[in-house]
Every structure is written in structure tokens, then in C-alpha cells.
Design a protein around this ligand. Structure first.
Ligand code: TA6
Length: 290
């Protein structure tokens, strides 16, 4: 799709990464071609919903610290913990724009594609090239993201995620509803547990919940509730690095952890996906301010 064909309300940008800025009556936002990465989304009349580190890298082929990094074809280090880069290579690859449109109400919909054969770097060579990905992003009063994975001529097994960084007023006065009673794997302690009551953040928190439920982030400091509705996802990951872990990340400011909370739409480990040749899988999330 050429720049000339872009509808009013969507403009190309070159910095800090190539991509597109959305400015409509419904919302503003930014999506980079690097990883089809939604970096900003601000619905009209609200504070920014997505968090972005002030220390993030913006280099093609490097992860961006914030917004909605895409996880494919493995989560973290993969089922055996031995895969690099962390969270796979799809978020580091340059996607292409398939189409762009703006609705009469100002919802901007951009569709991006990544074809397996396009991804030629050495890391991707450790994974089949016989697949296709599409990321559909609609930015308006709500944020809708749809990740479609299509298997080629071979069976395709993968993990996936939408690793959303949410902006909150103070994570110490924020809780997550919708995960009560759910089993989870605690990556901090290495043990399994069951969620008792609301999820509150009082230390480094890194949990993979076995839950297909919708969730709500209740931000007391900013007086807002963010709802995450999901389709095709069997797990929700909740992550905040807290003090010590933040200091180990060069692209994460030491004093930034109170302002963010990751609530992620995921299929990993026992919930990884296996597609038959030619089969498709859709995983989506719809984010809204209640
Ligand atoms: O989703 C939580 C997590 O797996 C954490 O363990 C932490 O590593 C986080 O992702 C950030 O990963 P990244 O590779 O973006 O630094």
C-alpha cells in the first residue's frame, strides 16, 4: 500500500521508527512496522492507556519497551527456556502494511502482514518459514488487536502473546479483577498457586494464569478501570518488575515501575497452539475504558 493511498487521519512517520500515526476524532495512536507494534493509544477524552518507558530503545530489530509487543513463536525463552530472542522474533521483524481505513466515527483500522519466507535472519532460521501472520489493529474508542496465524504446508506449533504494558497512576494502588480462583504459575517463586481474591501488586509479580476470562484493571490513583476482553487466549500473564528487576533492565527506568502494569493475552506452555497444514488461528484482545 502506498503512502498516497492512506486515508485522512493516518500519516506515515519515520522516527523514532518507521510506522504510522493515527489522529482522528476518536483517538490518537502510533503503530510501528517493527513488530506491528502498537506503541501509543489514547482514546479521546482519556489519558494514554499504554505505557512506554522513557528509556526504551528504538532500533529496527530491537524490542521496544512498552506499548503492545507481539510474542511469537515462543513466549519468554520458549517451553524449554532455551530460545532466543526472548518472546520470539516476530516483534523484531519488519512487517508490511496491507491496508488502512478510517470509519466515519474515526476508528482507524490498519492491517499488517508478516510472511514466514520474509523473515530471513539467523534466529528465524531456527523456526520454520512455512507460516503467515496478520495483525489487525483498530484504534478508536476501544483498541482491538487481532493476531491471525496461518500454517503453510507443514504442521505449525507455536506460543503467542499480546504483551500489553498499561499505564497506571500507581501500581501499588491498582488491582486486577477477573482472575479470582484461577490457577497460576508464579515465575518469581517457581511454584503453582491459586489466586485468592483480587490480584494486587506488592512486590515483583510475574504470573501465568490459566484463564480465558476477561479482566479489569482498577486504577485507584487515576480513578479509571481498563477492561481487557479476549478471544482465543487460554492464559493471562500479570507482570510488574518492581524495584530490583527494574534496575537490571537498561531500557526500563529505575523509577518507572510504579507507573505500569502488564496484563497480557497469551497462549504458552501447555496452552501452546498446534495447527494442521493450512489451518488458521485467531487470538484477539479488545481494550476499553469503562
Ligand atoms: O511477560 C512477562 C515476562 O515474561 C517477564 O518474565 C519479563 O521477562 C517480561 O516478560 C519482559 O520481557 P522482555 O523480553 O520484553 O524484556
Amino acid at each position: 500500500m502506498t503512502e498516497e493511498a492512506l486515508p485522512e487521519g493516518i500519516v506515515p512517520i519515520e522516527g523514532p521508527l518507521p510506522g504510522f500515526r493515527v489522529e482522528t476524532a476518536a483517538a490518537t495512536g502510533v503503530v510501528y512496522l517493527n513488530g506491528a507494534h502498537v506503541a501509543e493509544w489514547t482514546p479521546a477524552g482519556h489519558k494514554p492507556v499504554l505505557w512506554m518507558s522513557g528509556s526504551s530503545d528504538y532500533q529496527p530489530g530491537r524490542a521496544v519497551r512498552g506499548g503492545v509487543p507481539l510474542v511469537f513463536p515462543w513466549f519468554g525463552g520458549g517451553p524449554e527456556g532455551d530460545r532466543v530472542p526472548a518472546h520470539g522474533f516476530a516483534r523484531l521483524a519488519t512487517w508490511h502494511l496491507i491496508s488502512a481505513a478510517v470509519s466515519p466515527k474515526g476508528t482507524a483500522t490498519l492491517r499488517f502482514g508478516l510472511d514466514g519466507p520474509q523473515v530471513t535472519d539467523a534466529v528465524a532460521d531456527s523456526f520454520t518459514h512455512d507460516y503467515g501472520l496478520e495483525m489487525h489493529v483498530s484504534l478508536g474508542e476501544t483498541l482491538l488487536q487481532q493476531l491471525v496465524v496461518v500454517a503453510g504446508d507443514e504442521e505449525l506449533a507455536f506460543e503467542e502473546g499480546l504483551h500489553t504494558y498499561f499505564a497506571v497512576g500507581d501500581v501499588r494502588h491498582t488491582h486486577v479483577e477477573g482472575l479470582e480462583g484461577e490457577a497460576y504459575f508464579d515465575k518469581v517463586t517457581g511454584s503453582c498457586a491459586t489466586q485468592e481474591g483480587l490480584v494486587t501488586i506488592t512486590a515483583e509479580t510475574d504470573r501465568i494464569y490459566e484463564s480465558a476470562s476477561n479482566t479489569r484493571i482498577v486504577d485507584e490513583a487515576w480513578g479509571r478501570t481498563i477492561q481487557i476482553e479476549k478471544v482465543g487466549s487460554a492464559q493471562t500473564v500479570v507482570w510488574n518488575p518492581w524495584v530490583d528487576k527494574s534496575r537490571t533492565m537498561t531500557d526500563f527506568g529505575d523509577d518507572e515501575w510504579p507507573g505500569m502494569l502488564c496484563v497480557e493475552t497469551v497462549n504458552s506452555r501447555e496452552q501452546s497452539i498446534t495447527l494442521a497444514p493450512g489451518q488458521r488461528h485467531l487470538m484477539s484482545q479488545t481494550i476499553s475504558i469503562l
